[in-house]
Design a protein around this ligand. Structure first.
Ligand SMILES: Nc1ncnc2c1ncn2[C@@H]1O[C@H](COP(=O)(O)OP(=O)(O)OP(=O)(O)O)[C@@H](O)[C@H]1O
Ligand SMILES: [Mg+2]
Length: 251
């Protein structure tokens, strides 16, 4: 069964008196446990799709269903227990004056999760490969890769089924990027997570995703699977150009 179903989604922003059609008539469906990619040039509407799912962008047409249910407005607590998001810039997404202990325990407190919060925080640090001694550090005392591990740990505190990832490694060095991608793959396998992941880099998507939707100017251009990528089986020139730009980094 599809866990995420998006049908004919449109998002239009009103900006300084004119309309910006960020997403136009996009449909996609992500199976339970699948990892699905969104790729395309800057401004093609990738982040807006993730933001629309979370209720952070104005949906002007179409429907979004999670596990068969239309998403509620406002999204509310049940939604955040099912769906969590990881952003590109871990510095901007972590509060600078909150320790990791606070960052990681807050979701539990807000959602009234019972149990041993200290243990849950330590377990979360273990799960993302950070030393327990980091527990009372602040974000500025960590490297970029370590900060992104914290953001991932925070997203998983409520044990969501779905994680939306917006360029989760593009702010990181290449070697750190690979480590964080491997961490994400491992966590997905261990927990049966469903990923919807944005990247402008088809090599990253090829490594991480079962299928990918190529976006341009707010529209879906074409959907590709691994066989299409391996065999350069793109139907559109636009997807082929993206592929050629990343081909030297794909296996
Ligand atoms: N809050 C907003 N108000 C007005 N326009 C917006 C807003 N957010 C996004 N847009 C516009 O919507 C379009 C799609 O933006 P979006 O951020 O989804 O692109 P993207 O594919 O994620 O690009 P990038 O790869 O640069 O992150 C762009 O033209 C952008 O300027
Ligand atoms: Mg974006």
């Amino acid at each position: 069964m599809a866990l995420i179903e998006i049908e004919n989604l449109s998002v239009t922003f009103r900006s300084k008196g004119h309309l910006v059609r960020a997403v136009q008539d996009v449909s996609l469906s992500v199976g339970d446990g699948e990892s699905y990619g969104l790729v395309g040039e800057s401004g093609s509407g990738k982040s807006t799709i993730l933001r629309a799912i979370c209720g952070l962008a104005p949906v002007t047409g179409g429907t979004i269903r999670i596990a068969g249910q239309p998403v509620p407005d406002p999204r509310g607590r049940d939604f955040s227990r099912q769906v969590q998001m990881v952003f590109q810039d871990p510095y901007a997404s972590l509060h600078p004056r909150h320790t990791l202990d606070r960052v990681l325990s807050e979701p539990l407190a807000i959602h009234g999760v019972k149990g041993d919060a200290d243990r849950a925080v330590m377990q979360a640090l273990d799960d993302v490969g950070l030393p327990r001694a980091f527990r009372f550090r602040y974000p500025h005392q960590l490297s970029g890769g370590q900060r992104q591990r914290v953001a991932i740990a925070r997203a998983l505190m409520l044990k969501p089924r779905i994680v939306l990832l917006d360029e989760p490694t593009s702010a990181l060095d290449a070697s750190v990027q690979a480590e964080v991608l491997n961490l994400l793959s491992r966590l997905r396998a261990e927990r049966g997570l469903t990923f919807l992941m944005v990247s402008h880099d088809l090599a990253v998507i090829d490594h991480m995703c079962d299928r990918v939707l190529v976006m341009q100017h707010g529209r879906a251009v074409e959907e590709l699977n691994h066989a299409d990528l391996a065999g350069a089986g793109m139907k559109t020139d636009y997807a082929r150009t993206l592929f050629e730009a990343s081909a030297d980094r794909m296996l």
